[in-house]
Design a binder for this molecule. Structure first.
Ligand SMILES: Cc1cc2nc3c(=O)[nH]c(=O)nc-3n(C[C@H](O)[C@H](O)[C@H](O)COP(=O)(O)OP(=O)(O)OC[C@H]3O[C@@H](n4cnc5c(N)ncnc54)[C@H](O)[C@@H]3O)c2cc1C
Length: 392
């Protein structure tokens, strides 16, 4: 297999590395320390990254985007995440949804939503699936019509009236446009009962509730979204009514973008953890010897590097497979494996710092960020979903 990068891929990688070193990493701890979870985002960073193309990276060129391939996406994500994992996620969260607008929306929807997204450096996107009653049933839907999405839409002439809530939604309090899974049939199982709506932030009847005080990924905010007789035009429905779970909309995009992007982000965190441990081992002493001369430290760093390089190989292979349109269960497997690897590597890094692993804010932050993967990519339901694909 040829692992060499072309000039364009190398240029994006270098641009991301420079931005991570010069802008993300220097701001990382300061943003992380902000106590109010609604104030952690730095719009100047989003603007700077947007001007470099990170926000609009996957939008097709015909709409003014950069249409970077999957190998480039993985390279960019890993580099940005090495600087700050949550900041890099703030950019990549726009990838799958801007791609979805360009792939699945009508020309009218593209004119109304993709154009403003392209024109505004602070225009970030979100997707609302999870609700206070739970998130898992929406990802692995049971047949019981009572399970899953409760946010309800009822048709009223040319509009739909929405009532209910979404919760834990990334960018939920800062996004300007949301994709929402909404129940449009109360009696059918979820697979045939949910419609995908485009809902702008300024929709009458929609307001933001609480912003969650997460332990990790603090820059990347999660909020509650509350809908009280919110009026959304039928023209904002994507695809067919009750067709949100069809392959042509959310699922297809999620499979392609969500999994690889998270695995590549984890790779960047592993790179940062290895870097921290290697730097410490080269400079700190215990028992009259540099840490790097202590056998236990050598073995731990060996394990961290081996896991990180194994993850890099798997991430790049899946990116390559995506570019060849050879999609497989590997996309999900790499995301699940990334969860295990990022958590082991971040913990080993904190461990090598010893007590300072708790006190050293850099090592501690990587552990807190890594913990997030259990709730995104490596929980039981995500693993069951991937296993079902393997076993099909
Ligand atoms: C940082 C972050 C960002 C997020 N961003 C978004 C977002 O942008 N949009 C969005 O919609 N949601 C988002 N979420 C929410 C996330 O998708 C949900 O937390 C997740 O789907 C789990 O749902 P839940 O928390 O309601 O847990 P529940 O569904 O209540 O599950 C609780 C526990 O039971 C287990 N479980 C549930 N069902 C089964 C089953 N059938 N078999 C075995 N075990 C099961 C789960 O694995 C979990 O351990 C985000 C969460 C985090 C932490």
């Amino acid at each position: 297999m040829d692992f060499s990068l072309n000039d364009e891929q190398r240029a994006w990688q270098m641009k991301a590395r420079k931005f991570a070193d010069e802008v993300l990493r220097p701001a990382s701890l300061a943003r992380d320390r902000i106590a109010d979870p609604a104030k952690t985002i730095d719009w100047d960073i989003i603007k700077q990254g947007s001007k470099l193309g990170f926000r609009t990276a996957v939008v097709p060129k015909e709409y003014g985007g950069h249409a970077i391939d999957f190998v480039t996406q993985a390279l960019v994500m890993a580099e940005l995440a090495r600087g700050d994992s949550a900041m890099s996620k703030a950019f990549s969260q726009c990838w799958k949804w801007s791609h979805l607008i360009s792939m699945a929306c009508t020309q009218d929807q593209k004119d109304r939503f993709l154009k403003p997204f392209m024109a505004d450096d602070t225009f970030v996107l979100g997707k609302g699936i999870t609700e206070p009653s739970g998130g898992s049933d929406n990802r692995l839907p049971p047949d019981d019509p009572k399970a899953g999405v409760k946010l309800r839409a009822v048709r009223d002439g040319d509009d739909w009236i929405l009532n209910g809530e979404k919760t834990f939604i990334a960018n939920g309090n800062v996004g300007k446009l949301f994709f929402l899974d909404v129940r449009t049939d109360p009696n059918a199982p979820l697979r045939n009962a949910v419609t995908l709506f485009l809902v702008p932030k300024d929709t009458p009847g929609f307001r933001v509730g609480k912003v969650f005080n997460k332990s990790g990924w603090r820059f990347y905010q999660n909020g509650e979204m509350i809908f009280e007789n919110a009026r959304v035009p039928h023209a904002n429905v994507i695809g067919e009514v009750n067709g949100a779970y069809a392959k042509s909309t959310g699922d297809a995009s999620g499979d392609l973008f969500g999994d690889l992007e998270l695995a590549a982000n984890a790779l960047g965190v592993c790179d940062a953890a290895c870097e921290q441990s290697i730097n410490l081992a080269r400079t700190a002493t215990q028992g009259g010897k540099l840490l790097k001369e202590q056998q236990v430290v050598q073995l731990k760093i060996n394990r961290m590097c081996a896991l990180t390089e194994a993850l890099r190989s798997f991430v790049m292979r899946v990116a390559y497979e995506h570019d060849q349109r050879a999609h497989s269960a590997n996309a999900g497997l790499v995301m699940n494996l990334a969860t295990d690897i990022i958590q082991e590597v971040a913990e080993l890094n904190a461990d090598i710092h010893d007590s300072a692993g708790i006190l050293d804010e850099n090592a501690d932050k990587l552990v807190r960020d890594a913990f997030i993967w259990s709730h995104l990519a490596g929980d039981a339901v995500q693993r069951m979903k991937v296993s079902r694909r393997v076993l099909k």
